[in-house]
Design a protein around this ligand. Structure first.
Ligand SMILES: [Mg+2]
Length: 164
């Protein structure tokens, strides 16, 4: 069960404490797109997405977007923010995380992996030994498969919330 627990759980990416992460030795962020930094299937970055990325960059953190989304969706979004990306990632597989690490030039323990799903974002980051941050999904609008998996996430989150 522990491999499914995030190191931190926040209400929204707006609550990301970049300086606290830097104090932990974090040098880079690997960030999920859909329902983490933008609403599901919205193709253009909004003000929040720009602010989060710009604040991280200004603090000296590197950023890579890591998404199970399709090529065009991910490339358009990442290019608008001028950050590297991995699309069709198939999280929680390890290989896309290794690809992101190569793009960033950092070690797993220097990365905070941020996302809204336990069985993809949290599990994937934990498998590599990254610091994982779960955010509440921006919206309830999401893919059918994701909605299905939320039931199982609920079971994990109950345990997480009652952990000692
Ligand atoms: Mg997501």
């Amino acid at each position: 069960m522990m491999i499914l627990f995030p190191d931190a759980y926040i209400d929204s990416i707006d609550e990301l404490d970049i300086w606290q992460l830097k104090d932990r030795g974090i040098r880079a962020l690997i960030i999920d797109i859909d329902n983490t930094i933008i609403e599901w299937n919205v193709t253009v970055p909004d003000e929040r997405a720009r602010r989060v990325i710009n604040e991280a960059k200004a603090a000296g953190l590197k950023v890579c977007l890591l998404s199970n989304g399709t090529r065009k969706r991910v490339i358009d979004f990442a290019n608008a923010l001028n950050v590297p990306y991995v699309y069709n990632a198939g999280k929680p597989r390890k290989s896309p995380y290794r690809k992101a690490l190569r793009l960033l030039g950092v070690k797993p323990e220097e990365v905070a992996a941020i996302g809204d799903q336990i069985f993809t974002d949290v599990l994937g980051g934990n498998r590599l030994g990254m610091y994982t941050i779960l955010v509440k999904p921006i919206s309830t609008k999401e893919a059918k498969w994701t909605r299905f998996m939320r039931k199982f996430e609920g079971i994990v989150l109950d345990r997480y919330n009652r952990r000692t």
